[in-house]
Design a protein around this ligand. Structure first.
Ligand code: ADP
Length: 397
């Protein structure tokens, strides 16, 4: 049976999923895994969809092993243990930045790689690792088609005003604009919502991707109209360790008055702020929820406040609101946080059904709530696999 693999290669981890292509053309998750702690002490695990461990490896002294080295190991294992006869026909990758040019996934070729390489300065923490995995696999399996799926693509056609900072035009023309991210997640949510509630999907919806990284996307008829992340994945909501939107004057102050250099500021804003910074305890919502600390409570309250404030802003971008969809780690699992957010949004005409919210969903608003609320699990890996299959076999997503 044929299969496609989706890969999400980050700075310290590579996640992979194998989807079998069924005879009807649908994709079925068969196995998945990750290589973690790259650069420290890499560890690899792969499990079948039934939870059976297929592979476990650790490299305690392997701090110098690169993404390419570790992928070579994974491929060597894959060659020795063909996954129940499945033949991988293509690999899809999450690529964070498609710049101003790419509004849809693309088959990888050298020309595309040059263009994506040129975008690395726009996403220095992510793009180089995404491309490293593509290059490594091109060396290991030169004939295997690879597809780049962009996190920015879903937002590519949002209105021009939602893409512009109030900066001199020349900077906009040099690419300093609001791109938006988490696009593969939002695209999947738009597809699923169209199946679950087609009437709502054709209306004005805010999708809330609340994980370690968090953003909102305002969608009208399944298309992105506005989003909280902008030039980088630092913008918008408060996140696990990222600050979200900040008065840019704070950054100037840190630099000029407090003597912090760019690397220190990057460390502060990306890794020491957000839930972790405010709570002084953890970036993990479960740890905060289990804590009696006043600071942990303040961090959770601020998280909900920021989400609601941005929902207010995006409601204005949409000129009204018909529904909200919660997704990702916090959005899918944290009923208390969903409740906090929905209660604060009562003024919008959202009435949460607390029983449904504590249950399995997907609808968590009262039957006569003017604004509906849903919980829909996201699946970026499946979206990547769908695009990959679409490109190599001409199916439509
Ligand atoms: P990433 O952006 O790394 O993919 P996830 O989407 O996995 O992140 O979300 C991670 C966040 O989800 C963490 O803050 C974690 O505490 C939270 N989370 C996961 N499961 C639960 C749960 N059952 N209850 C509350 N929060 C949860």
């Amino acid at each position: 049976m044929k299969a496609v693999v989706s890969i999400n290669s980050g700075s310290s981890s590579i996640k992979f999923s194998l989807f079998a292509i069924l005879e009807c053309g649908n994709l079925q998750l068969a196995a998945g895994g990750k290589i973690e702690k790259i650069g420290i002490a890499p560890a690899l695990t792969a499990r079948s969809v039934d939870g059976e461990t297929l592979l476990e490896r650790e490299w305690p002294g392997g701090a110098s092993l690169s993404h390419a080295d570790l992928l070579a190991d994974l491929f060597a294992w894959g060659a020795e243990h063909p996954l129940e006869g499945r033949e991988v026909i293509a690999i899809g990758h999450r690529v964070v930045h498609g710049g101003t040019e790419f509004a849809a996934p693309r088959l990888v070729d050298p020309e595309l790689m040059d263009k994506l390489e040129a975008l690395c300065p726009l996403a220095p923490l992510h793009q180089p690792h995404n491309l490293a995995a593509i290059r490594a696999i091109a060396r290991l399996q030169p004939g295997l088609p690879q597809v780049a799926c962009f996190d920015t693509a879903f937002h590519h056609d949002k209105p021009a005003l939602a893409s512009r900072f109030a900066l001199p035009r020349a900077l906009h023309d040099q690419g300093i604009r609001r791109y938006g991210f988490h696009g593969l997640s939002y695209e999947y949510i738009a597809l699923r919502l169209a199946e679950i509630d087609p009437v709502l999907a054709s209306g004005r919806v805010i999708a809330a991707h609340l994980g370690n990284g968090a953003s909102l996307c305002a969608m009208e008829n399944g298309q992105s109209v506005d989003t909280t992340m902008g030039f980088t994945a630092l913008d918008g909501l408060m996140m696990g360790t990222r600050s979200g939107s900040l008065d840019p004057g704070v950054v100037l102050h840190l630099q000029t008055q407090m003597g912090m250099d760019p690397a220190e500021i990057e460390e502060l804003l990306y890794r020491k702020s957000g839930l972790l910074g405010v709570s002084g305890l953890s970036s993990d919502m479960r740890t905060l929820a289990a804590s009696a600390s006043v600071q942990a409570e303040e961090a959770m309250a601020l998280f909900a406040w920021r989400v609601c404030r941005e929902i207010g802003a995006l409601t204005s971008s949409l000129a009204g609101l018909d529904g909200i969809v919660f997704t990702a780690g916090i959005g899918e699992n944290d009923a208390a946080m969903r409740s906090r957010i929905c209660l604060r949004l009562a003024w919008l005409g959202l009435e949460i059904d607390e029983l449904a919210n504590a249950g399995d969903g997907p609808l968590i608003s009262m039957p006569d709530s003017r604004v509906k609320a849903y919980v829909i699990p996201t699946d970026e890996e499946r979206m990547i696999a769908l695009h990959t299959l679409n490109i190599v076999e001409g199916n439509s997503v």
